[in-house]
Ligand binder design. Structure first.
Ligand SMILES: [Zn+2]
Length: 203
């Protein structure tokens, strides 16, 4: 029997062209490739000025998460002419969740998966925080033994904007690893600014 695909199934296929896990690890450096262009050569960027971020029920268990997210938004707000993040309850381009579904990166503090539509660029990002580190993440300016959650979120939001890891500069927000007490990734390095500016140069 041959059936016609339903319009819904077709739409899902078009949106979920690529879902790429990108991890921030607590220890070893790692390299992961993120294509900057889609199947038809289009740039992997948000085609809008404001990107809505929401927190799902699972991630609501993380203490002070809205506050840490707003701190992470400020990291990227330092760059003009790129999309700005806003926290929403009922709109969701980027969802923050807490789940052990980590695409094989069980060692990662957090991962970011991206989905894009072949005609409109980035369509959805999912930032998954690893519950293994639930007790170890927080505000490292207050508790130096914590992995700094605003830094982790700033890094993953960089992926949500379409950036790859920075493999060279350990002070960069997009460097792939962090350690306890390290808050360097709250502040963009020159390489971060250059990369995001290039990514959103032509829209
Ligand atoms: Zn990364």
């Amino acid at each position: 029997m041959i059936t016609r695909p339903s319009p819904w199934a077709h739409r899902v296929a078009a949106i979920a062209t690529a879902v790429l896990p990108l991890a921030l690890s607590p220890n070893a450096a790692h390299a992961e490739a993120l294509p900057k262009v889609g199947n038809n050569g289009e740039r992997l960027v948000w085609q809008r000025d404001e990107v809505a971020v929401c927190i799902d029920d699972a991630a609501n268990a993380i203490q002070d998460l809205p506050q840490h997210l707003r701190t992470a938004f400020l990291t990227w707000a330092a760059v003009p002419s790129i999309p700005t993040f806003e926290l929403w309850r009922d709109r969701c381009d980027v969802v923050i969740t807490l789940s052990d579904n980590l695409a094989g990166r069980d060692d990662a503090l957090a991962i970011c998966g991206l989905a894009y539509a072949s005609t409109t660029g980035l369509a959805r990002a999912t930032i998954t925080i690893n519950p293994r580190y639930f007790e170890s993440i927080g505000d490292a300016t207050v508790d130096p033994s914590a992995y700094d959650l605003p830094s982790i979120l700033a890094h993953e939001l960089g992926h949500a904007l379409g950036l790859e890891d920075d493999l060279d500069d350990a002070t960069a927000t997009m460097y792939g690893t962090t350690s306890r007490g390290d808050v360097a990734q709250r502040t963009l390095a020159e390489g971060d600014v250059d990369a995001i500016t290039a990514q959103y140069l032509i829209r």
